[in-house]
Design a protein around this ligand. Structure first.
Ligand SMILES: [Zn+2]
Length: 474
């Protein structure tokens, strides 16, 4: 044994060294903690100020925390993120709809509070469309509510910072369009205008505007030409909103052209003038009833009931029972009253500080006529009857000037003053614009007719490349 050790002493020594080295390494691998680079982080943050360094560290750590996927909180109800559109019916109740969309009572109350100032009571009935955009991943159900009306929409959105709903009204852009209706009178003006495409309301306004210069009972004859140029507004759905308004109206009477032009006064009020800038509106109509005859004028007369001479302080117009009575001028309803005798059912209208008018013996009042109510010239205020002291159906009409009953047929009614100076120059410009617009409308109407005729002629011919619609000259 000793002999072997002596012979192999160098080899044994080498093996011992190798064994020691291997076991040291194994020990080191097993006992040493995981290798890290403490210097690396220090080096990376080198040159940054401490706050920035902290921010960096925070950013990294916060990023790591939030990348862990979180399951969305579960909400009751079957909610989708796509908006739901509801067309409200008569029985529509907003809170019910919100509730079925998943909103809780607290949310509904918050939505209703935010709507309060923008949505007057009962106006929800005029709502054309309700759009609900749900929010299924947060702790509220309705993210956005849109209420669409004809002229605007109300948007209600959830503000998470304030934890409440915020409402805003957004007006839809309106488009102003114009149309020209023209024709020749055959039969009555009404039926002729209807045939040309005017509706009853437009014809009424046309007659109203020209009634100051045309006596429609006597002057209008077959073959006379009429033109009605009007404007109207459409909303985003191409639906006409607001009543059409006449911009220009004309009627040829006995070869003479009677015209009225719409014009905005400096006050912003709309009025109508002839081509020379004279107002066509008189402050009071002389005859507040259509097609009636004066049966008793103002002055001394033998009273038909009392039998003795008496001052008749008004004008009587005989007309069939139920004939509409028109208010003689713009004003405010002062009195709607009934007397068993005397006037019977009567209405008094105050036109300004010095003038008022009275209408008596009515069979009934128009429903809209209540004291304090504003009325427009030509508006129906009641119907002919024989209430009070009357021998038959007629309208007893009085004009009161500074508290005194005056003769309606003798009074000189103050007119709106004619336009002068700079205002007249402005009016002439506006008038020119209207004429150009009418010419444009006539041009495109002629084009349409010509095209229709051409397409009829060419119907059997070989198709040739057609020109695009000609540009509207407006
Ligand atoms: Zn009378």
């Amino acid at each position: 044994m000793l002999k072997y050790i002596t012979v192999f002493r160098y080899q044994i020594l080498i093996w011992l060294v190798v064994l020691a080295s291997v076991s040291t390494n194994i020990y080191l691998i097993v006992t040493q903690p995981e290798f890290d680079y403490p210097e690396y982080q220090d080096a990376a943050l080198d040159g940054l100020d401490p706050s920035e360094a902290n921010a960096k560290i925070y950013k990294i750590s916060s990023y790591e925390v939030h990348t862990i996927p979180q399951p969305p909180p579960q909400l009751s109800g079957n909610l989708s993120r796509s908006p739901t559109t509801i067309i409200p019916t008569k029985s529509f109740i907003l809170s019910k709809t919100l509730s079925s969309a998943g909103a809780n009572a607290e949310d509904i109350a918050k939505i209703e509070t935010s709507l309060k100032s923008l949505l007057p009571k009962n106006s929800i009935q005029n709502c054309a469309k309700v759009i609900i955009t749900p929010q299924a991943t947060k702790n509220y159900a309705v993210d956005k509510l849109t209420l669409e009306f004809s002229e605007n929409k109300i948007e209600v959105t959830y503000d998470p910072k304030k934890n409440k709903y915020v409402s805003q009204k957004i007006a839809f852009p309106l488009e102003t369009k114009t149309k020209l209706i023209s024709g020749k009178i055959q039969g009555s003006l009404y039926s002729s205008a209807r045939r040309s495409g005017a509706d009853a309301e437009l014809i009424k306004e046309f007659i109203n505007l020209l009634s100051y210069s045309v006596d429609f009972q006597r002057d209008v004859r077959a073959g006379d030409n009429f033109r009605i140029f009007y404007e109207y507004q459409t909303n985003h759905n191409n639906k006409t909103i607001k009543k059409p308004q006449i911009v220009y109206a004309s009627l040829s009477v006995d070869g003479e052209q009677k015209e009225v032009f719409k014009y905005y006064l400096p006050s912003g009020k709309v009025d109508y003038f002839d081509g020379k800038g004279n107002s066509v509106r008189r402050s009071l109509l002389r005859t507040p009833i259509n097609g009636a005859k004066i049966s008793s004028s103002y002055g001394m007369r033998n009273h038909p009931i009392h039998g003795y001479s008496l001052m008749h302080k008004g004008v009587d117009f005989s007309a069939p029972r139920g004939t509409p009575i028109l208010v003689a001028g713009d004003g405010v309803v002062k009195k709607v009253s009934s007397q068993a005798r005397g006037y019977g059912n009567f209405v008094e209208i105050e036109h300004n500080k010095s003038y008022s008018t009275l209408y008596a013996h009515m069979s009934k009042f128009a429903t809209a006529i209540k004291p304090g109510k504003r009325v427009k010239q030509g508006q129906v205020i009641g119907y002919v009857g024989a209430t009070g002291q009357a021998t038959g159906p007629h309208l007893h009409y009085e004009v009161i000037h500074n508290g005194k009953k005056i003769n309606p047929s003798k009074v000189s009614f103050p007119k709106t003053p004619p336009l002068t100076g700079g205002e007249l120059a402005k009016f002439k410009k506006a008038l020119h614009k209207i004429e150009v617009a009418i010419a444009g409308n006539e041009y495109s109407a002629r084009n349409k007719v010509a095209k229709a005729e051409n397409s009829d002629k060419n119907a059997n011919k070989i198709n040739k490349p057609k020109k695009e619609n000609e540009a509207d000259p407006l």
